[in-house]
Ligand binder design. Structure first.
Ligand SMILES: Cc1cc2nc3c(=O)[nH]c(=O)nc-3n(C[C@H](O)[C@H](O)[C@H](O)COP(=O)(O)OP(=O)(O)OC[C@H]3O[C@@H](n4cnc5c(N)ncnc54)[C@H](O)[C@@H]3O)c2cc1C
Length: 380
């Protein structure tokens, strides 16, 4: 075993996911980059294979696994060279549906969870808005009770929502009274609810096989029973879910680093210049060795964080460090590797060019580096 945290069962899971990525993703995903999303059928296949909702209760189709097993899944999935595919799945498994898992009532879980674990009900999480991203407490979307108390009425606009077009079920943050952290609640909104629409699909630099949307809520009436968790506790629910989300984003970053190093080592061993291979140039191979060393160190820290989450420790500081570290590292590694591909590394259709575009957002989305470092520093 190459890693003290892993068991033979983890290795089997890793191999299962690797086979899925090699067969169902890598040969097809260039076409998905053109259409702008990963087909629903891919999530259904992952669901049929029992790979969606590993940490959820078995009565809803989950595997009751721990955070380490979940990380093995995220990391294996992240060996794909298509960030858009990876984020489509990880938003569903690690960023959106955990809101239902952590805060949902048995009735809410019975209604939605089986479809989520089967990959039939795709999920999205809608927190960011045109006026508030990093500053979650600054959102403006509101939810007000109807006069008879049987419904909530939502108004507002959400921006940059992954799976925004594809999703069937959205976990939406809204203000339920007052200002600041104590004023926010989470709601489940089903696609097709009158007044709720996709404003527009957004055009991005990378993650092309992931759909990202603006969502509009105009007097959207949802049943009172679609409030998720306690009223006014939504901010804390969002913060809690950020821990799962940020480990998954770390796995994605490490996956990109590993793939960038793999394709670059192949390339520099093959490409000749000035009478020798690029690998023969000491400066090239030493630079790659250092990027590999940094990747392995960050990977070990990532497993350590997941191990502590699995033990039930409070690891907000460490997970914030991990997100900042891996978000920056992936950009260093991918652009360093791209350099050694020369002009070809700047061409559309090459793996390294795609990884370079896909890596950029990992230092921004799900907690920008600066915001993460402040989360670290305020716990000193
Ligand atoms: C492709 C993509 C997909 C996304 N998917 C989702 C999704 O599914 N759901 C969702 O809710 N959101 C999603 N987001 C939103 C994402 O989480 C936000 O973009 C991110 O949190 C940053 O918020 P912002 O864009 O409003 O930037 P701002 O909050 O305006 O910050 C801009 C920059 O200012 C700096 N900064 C901000 N605060 C501080 C500070 N305190 N100290 C120092 N510097 C600071 C950082 O460098 C930051 O990048 C997605 C974004 C992208 C690009």
């Amino acid at each position: 075993m190459e890693n003290i945290y892993l068991t033979p069962e983890h290795e089997l899971l890793r191999e299962q996911v690797a086979r899925f990525v090699a067969r169902e993703v890598e040969p097809h995903a260039l076409a998905w980059e053109e259409t702008g999303n990963t087909p629903r059928e891919v999530l259904r296949k992952l669901g049929s294979a029992g790979l969606l909702g590993l940490m959820y209760e078995s009565e809803y189709g989950g595997a009751e696994a721990d955070a380490l097993t979940n990380l093995v899944f995220a990391e294996a999935l992240s060996q794909s060279t298509f960030g858009g595919f990876i984020i489509t799945v990880l938003v569903h498994t690690d960023m959106a549906s955990p809101h239902l898992h952590h805060a949902g009532t048995p009735a809410q879980k019975a209604r939605w969870m089986p479809g989520i674990t089967a990959g039939q009900t795709i999920t999205a999480v809608a927190i960011s808005e045109p006026g508030a991203g990093s500053d979650v407490a600054g959102i403006r979307t509101t939810a007000k009770r109807s006069a008879d108390g049987s419904e909530w009425i939502l108004n507002g606009t959400k921006l940059f929502i992954t799976n925004g077009v594809l999703a069937d079920l959205y976990f939406v943050a809204a203000k339920t009274g007052g200002e600041g952290r104590h004023a926010m609640s989470m709601f489940a909104v089903e696609k097709g609810t009158p007044g709720f629409r996709v404003g527009r699909a957004l055009d991005k630099s990378g993650w092309l096989s992931s759909d990202t949307a603006e969502l509009v809520f105009e007097d959207v009436r949802i049943p009172a029973g679609h409030l998720l968790g306690e009223e006014s506790r939504g901010f804390y629910s969002v913060m809690k879910n950020f821990q799962t989300e940020r480990i998954a984003l770390g796995a994605m970053a490490i996956g990109h680093c590993m793939q960038a190093l793999r394709v670059t080592l192949e390339h520099v061993r093959d490409r000749r210049a000035f009478g020798a291979t690029l690998f023969d140039k000491q400066v090239v191979r030493q630079r790659l060795a250092m990027l590999d060393a940094k990747t392995r160190a960050a990977r070990a820290f990532m497993y350590h964080c997941a191990w502590r989450v699995a033990r039930g420790d409070d690891v907000v500081q460490e997970v914030s460090m991990l997100k900042a570290l891996t978000g920056e590292l992936v950009n260093e590694v991918v652009s360093g590797c791209q350099q050694f591909h020369g002009g070809m590394g700047y061409m559309r259709g090459t793996v390294i060019e795609r990884l370079w575009r896909d890596a950029r957002v990992l230092a921004i989305g799900g907690g920008a580096t600066e915001v993460m470092l402040d989360e670290v520093a305020k716990r000193y």
